[in-house]
Design a protein around this ligand. Structure first.
Ligand SMILES: Cc1cc2nc3c(=O)[nH]c(=O)nc-3n(C[C@H](O)[C@H](O)[C@H](O)COP(=O)(O)OP(=O)(O)OC[C@H]3O[C@@H](n4cnc5c(N)ncnc54)[C@H](O)[C@@H]3O)c2cc1C
Length: 434
């Protein structure tokens, strides 16, 4: 997904990443494992499987990292759950909530160790994330959540009062906030290309562009139909996340693809950057439909993102929506250039949790609900371990059922209506504080 005239900062404005590996030419007759989707999930699983001696082919319909893995904000962290602490405790009890949130910390530890062990130069820096509170009630609620997280899973956080906020952000928009000290950022495309290069070095064959157009059960695994012909695979992995469709139906039935937009603002002067983010942190905000933003790794621009833009909106409309939202927080950026605007698809699930496992005869991992940089790399590795019957393949998400979404063809429409409703509630909250 993308839109006509889009321009992605990570591909066009951020300088070269590691060279993309050569994609393989001739299609083999058979492989041990075929993986659909060459993003973080598919490539990480492929790397682990190949190192364990499996013959692996990865397919991407469009190109290596065409999907969200080259389009995201590059913000990493324990990926706190969309339900929030209260929602999680209500749904799974305190023990379940602690297990799920603790898994996020393990995923982050895994990412850090993986990047270091593999020597991937992807600008990983855990500079922390400031989450601004839009209202006093949000400030108090997020403070309580942080205290809970610190006490139950040892997550380092601290509160920032409204009076101290300028030490975190060049804005008076928020009513204070909290800092998640373990969060940070990467250059998402450099990370993607680093994984792809290591997968190829481990013997993975990547076919991209090459769509997998269908698959059928065969005597010893599956028969795959691809744009370059058919092949046999003993096992099949769907790693298509928000780009799942009828061709990857087992996953597509279980996730709702949602469009998310991003833009780059800049270049800005060193003084402007220091004013906007004095500590070079990642940034987020409370609210139902929120904006996230971060300085680029070179410290010269800012990336903003959120639910801006939907199918059919042109570049000018997207820019206007971004500018209005950005200026609410940073009026000083009223005239700053926005040279890059792009979008991508994330995958939502009915229970707001990511999932991995073996369902409908295929392996799958995804449904990261917009937080899939840390999780995709962790889940890719966990999925491979599970396929290889290796120890340490479990996650706290394993017991959660990954059910098909009822009335799935209408789910996108329903999600769109829900976003509109949330936006109206957010606007009411903001109006009430004036
Ligand atoms: C604008 C934006 C900002 C985001 N920001 C963040 C962030 O800051 N932090 C964070 O943690 N997460 C973020 N995310 C989410 C994160 O990028 C994703 O969760 C993650 O990249 C998913 O990786 P993946 O490998 O599972 O899927 P993807 O990277 O989406 O890859 C799926 C691939 O499958 C391919 N495909 C689909 N069907 C077929 C087929 N039939 N045959 C062959 N190939 C096929 C597609 O071409 C695609 O390349 C963001 C996402 C977006 C869109």
């Amino acid at each position: 997904m993308g839109f006509a005239g889009e321009s992605n900062y990570w591909l066009e404005g951020a300088g070269p990443a590691e060279a993309a590996p050569e994609t393989s030419g001739a299609l083999p007759d058979k492989v041990d494992v075929a993986i659909v989707g060459a993003g973080y999930t598919g490539l990480t699983a492929a790397l682990h499987l190949a190192r364990a001696g499996r013959d692996v082919a990865v397919f991407d319909a469009m190109g290596i990292g065409f999907g969200a893995s080259s389009r995201n904000g590059g913000m990493v962290g324990p990926g706190l759950h969309k339900l929030g602490i209260t929602g999680l405790v209500d749904a799974y009890g305190e023990e379940g909530a602690v297990a799920i949130l603790g898994e996020g910390l393990r995923a982050l530890d895994h990412l850090e160790a993986f990047v270091a062990d593999e020597g991937i130069a992807c600008d990983l820096a855990l500079t922390g994330r400031f989450r601004g509170a839009r209202t006093q009630a949000h400030y108090e609620a997020s403070g309580r959540e942080c205290d809970w997280l610190a006490a139950k899973i040892g997550l380092p956080t601290h509160h920032v009062t409204r009076a101290d906020q300028r030490a975190e952000i060049g804005s008076d928009f928020y009513r204070g906030g909290v800092v998640y000290e373990r969060d940070g950022g990467v250059h998402p495309r450099k990370l993607l290309e680093g994984i792809a290069a290591r997968a190829v070095a481990a013997g993975v064959r990547i076919f991209a562009p090459c769509a997998v157009t269908g698959h059928a059960k065969a005597r010893d695994g599956v028969t795959l139909k691809t744009a370059r012909g058919t092949l046999q695979a003993r096992e099949l992995v769907l790693a298509t996340n928000g780009y799942s469709d009828r061709r990857s139906n087992a996953l597509s039935r279980r996730v709702i693809p949602l469009e998310t937009g991003a833009c780059a603002v800049g270049p800005l002067s060193p003084a402007q950057m220091a004013e906007l983010t004095p500590k070079g942190r990642m940034h987020g905000e409370t609210g139902r439909v929120f904006m996230w933003y971060r300085p680029t790794p070179d410290g010269r621009s800012f990336i903003f993102g959120g639910r801006f833009g939907a199918g059919g909106m042109d570049r000018a409309a997207r820019e206007a929506a971004f500018r209005a939202s950005i200026c609410r927080v940073f009026p000083q950026l009223e005239r700053a250039p926005i040279p890059h605007i792009w979008s991508g698809l994330i995958a939502y699930t009915a229970d707001h949790s990511p999932h991995l496992g073996h369902l409908d005869g295929v392996w799958m991992a995804g449904g990261y609900c917009g937080s899939g940089v840390t999780r995709g790399i962790y889940f890719g590795a966990k999925l491979a371990r599970r396929m290889l019957k290796q120890p340490d393949a479990d996650t706290a998400f394993d017991a959660l059922p990954f059910k098909p979404i009822p009335f799935r063809p209408l789910a996108g429409l329903g999600a769109g209506l829900m976003v509109r409703k949330y936006q109206m509630q957010d606007a009411r909250d903001l109006k009430a504080r004036e």
